[in-house]
Write a protein that binds this ligand. Structure first.
Ligand code: ADP
Ligand code: F6P
Length: 483
């Protein structure tokens, strides 16, 4: 069955009844010189969501191991089989950096940066999707379930169905799905829609995305489509919204540890014991609204509404997709602006912004969340934004204010956050001030409501609802430890 030249000669693959297919594997083979592998929590929502879910589940995760060339053989991690897919340097450049992150990513995020269209990138997208489909077809047990993730792999469901019609195939899109007027720009729009329709169930973060998809299918493919189901040949494809979440209990337990609380106190001391700490944690991405946030903050200082002596901003911005031009330009602009603000408003030993580009382990992230009075999560567009949910889960004493963009998927659920339009600079400034000056009793009421919501709607509830929709029979949900 395997036809891609890069797959020839790969060791025989073991089969599982549940297979997750995602662009990246959650482990970094380079951190295992002695053969011992650990989960790599790369800063990204997909790994953060699926990692706690799959741990100790007899499943296979199919993905790319993070370096180009032949696919490494990886040990099982926490009982999960790691099946790597090889990518050449051309595949990485034209599929991952090109079609996935310079065509689809900007287009799906309201085209806040200009999407680029190149025929060579499309060829690579098809080639790499074909290879992922072939590997998935090899490792799925007869009648098994394959759950394909995200925009890098939109052709996989249909390619896989051709290879293995016996499988039950799910597809979940972690990012927004754009309105028809944007999606229609794509030169190969019909192929992308047909690729997704190979799935039995197509999951989105929000109902609006399911609606956009159904409208496009009706318009471009002329198939009968509603926001819940689409008829394709003799099959029925179901469509729906399944807002992804976090391991709420794990983050809450981590944040409640005495050593994490102590670390949060120390961090605050190290910041000079300010009255207010504002925190932002983002992948360095133009969708995250970092520049708009910095501008709002610097105008608040310049206008005398915020004093550097009393208030500090900690901005964590983990570099991402670093060879893609738009990301390089963004980093330069952010770093110039941080330098300007600190130069203009900081004092010796008292910078206005503490800017960090490092990865942190989960305990340090929990301590940062506990340290912050205001968490500013203000993306221009975001599929969900798990950082917002992590902050809420970490506020175990019901303190703290969440400032949240209404364009983050999380805004539909976290209605008690201070919601802002990040494009509206004055609104952003007012929102920040309101969060900084809020009445503690009001904050506590809001935070309690949001924590209760996340307690119920955690990552296991997400998996349960998706997998039971994929297969109405309860037996499927038992393949994952969702209890
Ligand atoms: P995206 O998927 O676009 O990156 P999300 O907010 O949904 O955005 O997910 C980001 C995930 O990455 C979160 O789980 C967050 O804790 C993690 N993360 C972000 N920055 C860092 C960092 N500097 N170090 C470690 N983890 C990070
Ligand atoms: O959330 C969207 C997403 O592309 C995820 O698939 C991934 O976890 C995250 O962003 C990080 O992106 P990358 O894999 O390009 O570093």
């Amino acid at each position: 069955m395997v036809v891609s030249p890069l797959l020839i000669g790969m060791p025989e693959m073991r089969q599982s009844s549940l297979v997750v297919v995602a662009n990246r594997l959650p482990i970094d083979d380079s951190v295992a010189p002695d053969g011992a592998c650990e989960w790599r929590r790369s800063p990204g929502g997909l790994v953060s969501a699926l990692h706690p879910l799959l741990r100790h589940t007899p499943a296979t995760w199919v993905g790319w191991a993070g370096r180009t060339g032949p696919a490494p053989t990886l040990p099982d991690v926490d009982g999960v089989r790691m099946q790597s897919v090889p990518l050449s340097t051309e595949d990485f450049r034209d599929h991952y950096e090109g079609f996935a992150n310079a065509t689809l990513w900007p287009l799906y995020h309201d085209a806040v940066e200009q999407p680029e269209y190149h025929r060579r990138w499309w060829e690579a997208y098809q080639r790499v999707n074909q290879r992922f489909a072939e590997v998935a077809a090899e490792v799925a047990e007869p009648g098994g379930v394959v759950w394909v993730q995200d925009y890098h792999l939109q052709l996989v469901p249909a390619l896989l169905r051709e290879l293995r019609p016996d499988l039950r195939i799910g597809f979940f899109l972690h990012v927004p799905f754009p309105p028809p007027e944007l999606f229609m720009q794509l030169p190969r729009r019909a192929e992308l829609l047909r690729g997704m329709l190979g799935a039995d169930l197509i999951g989105f973060q929000r109902a609006q995305a399911a609606h956009n998809f159904a409208q496009l299918v009706a318009k471009v493919l002329e198939l009968p489509a509603t926001d819940r189901q689409i008829a394709v040949d003799d099959r029925e494809v179901r469509v729906g919204a399944f807002p992804v979440s976090i391991d709420t209990a794990e983050m809450a337990a981590l944040a409640a540890r005495p050593e994490v609380a102590e670390r949060a106190r120390r961090l605050r001391q190290d910041l000079g014991g300010p009255e207010h700490v504002i925190l932002s944690v983002d992948r360095m991405d133009y969708t995250k609204g970092i520049e708009q946030r910095l501008k709002a903050y610097s105008e608040l200082i310049a206008g005398g509404h915020v004093k550097v002596r009393d208030t500090v901003l900690v901005q964590v911005a983990m570099p991402s997709r670093e060879r893609v031009g738009q990301y390089q330009i963004l980093r330069e602009r952010i770093e110039r602006e941080v330098g300007r603000i600190n130069g203009e408003f900081g004092r010796v030993g008292e910078p206005a912004i503490h800017y960090l580009t490092q990865p942190f382990d989960r305990a340090e992230l929990a301590a940062l969340y506990r340290m912050a009075d205001v968490m500013a999560v203000t993306p221009l567009r975001d599929g969900m934004n798990l950082v917002a949910k992590e902050y809420v889960a970490a506020r175990v004493d019901d303190t703290g204010a969440l400032l949240l963009s209404e364009f983050a998927g999380a805004a539909a659920e976290l209605s008690q956050a201070y919601q802002v339009n990040p494009h509206d600079l004055e609104g952003l400034k007012q929102g920040l001030l309101a969060a900084l000056q809020a009445d503690p009793a009001d904050l506590s009421r809001r935070m309690r409501g949001m924590r209760e919501h996340l307690h119920e709607h955690d990552i296991r509830a997400w998996a349960r609802s998706y997998l039971s929709a994929l297969d109405e029979s309860e037996s499927l949900t038992t393949r994952l430890r969702t209890d």
